[in-house]
Design a protein around this ligand. Structure first.
Ligand code: DX5
Ligand code: ZN
Length: 227
């Protein structure tokens, strides 16, 4: 049992990217009532990724509408410019892409100094060696298991080996660091990715597309192979 994920084994973080944005409050309530642990919020700027989503005002509205842990995934260039606004808006965790930061450790420090959690995201083609000098500065590593930008893509099978490699590194450096995976996760591959070492599971299209999202979350937990 991990100190952070507790008895649940895995944390399930539904992504509102696949929700109906005209009915966000209903989506947040659905996440809570379906047994989701976190709300995953995808921020895209149309530059770092070829898609554009939401910014601090929406994050602030979400904050006012739910007490759930808000996991904010920034897919933006120069995240330093925006981090203070997202802190102000009420994020509980901010994850930045290592590839997008000029001074990664400074950005992480700025997030942590605000009293919230800091994460590093890595694209599928980015080497784990990017993490070598940031182990003490981070609470979570987010491995992209699709190329970022859109919900509903297929899991990249080569990522299972990368999850396994990262799990080994985390066990050596600091087992409390969370390993989140994002993209193409469903009941089809949850056993594989959790057996490899993932313990925070982002799920967008499969959660919001499920006939019974509560049952879907239960199945994810049942099928998860907690290491
Ligand atoms: C993709 C986003 C994901 C996305 C996952 O760039 O970071 O969080 O919402 O969606 P699914 O689960 O549909 O792949
Ligand atoms: Zn995401």
């Amino acid at each position: 049992m991990n100190n952070v994920t507790g008895e649940k084994g895995i944390l399930v973080a539904p992504s509102i990217l696949s929700a109906d944005f005209t009915r966000l409050k209903e989506a947040l309530d659905l996440i809570k009532n379906s047994g989701g642990d976190w709300v995953h919020v995808d921020v895209m700027d149309g530059h770092y990724v070829p898609n554009l989503t939401i910014g601090p005002p929406v994050i602030e509205s979400i904050r006012g509408a739910t007490e759930m842990f808000m996991d904010v995934h920034l897919m933006v260039v120069e995240p330093d410019r925006l981090v203070p606004s997202f802190i102000q808006a009420g994020a509980d965790m901010i994850t930045v892409h290592a590839e997008a930061c000029t001074h990664l450790n400074r950005t992480l420090q700025c997030i942590r100094e605000a009293g919230i959690k800091a994460g590093i995201a890595l694209n599928p083609a980015t080497s784990l060696s990017m993490l070598n000098y940031s182990w003490d500065a981070v609470d979570m590593i987010l491995l992209m298991t699709v190329n970022p930008g859109f919900g509903g893509q297929s899991y990249i099978p080569q990522m299972t080996g990368k999850i396994r490699e990262l799990r080994e590194m985390i066990q050596m450096k600091n087992p409390d660091i969370l390993l989140e995976i994002d993209g193409g996760i469903s009941t089809e591959n949850i056993a594989e990715v959790t057996a490899a070492g993932a313990n925070v599971i982002v799920t967008g299209s499969s959660f919001f597309g499920a006939a019974d999202p509560a049952r879907y979350v239960r199945e994810l937990r049942e099928l998860a192979e907690v290491f």
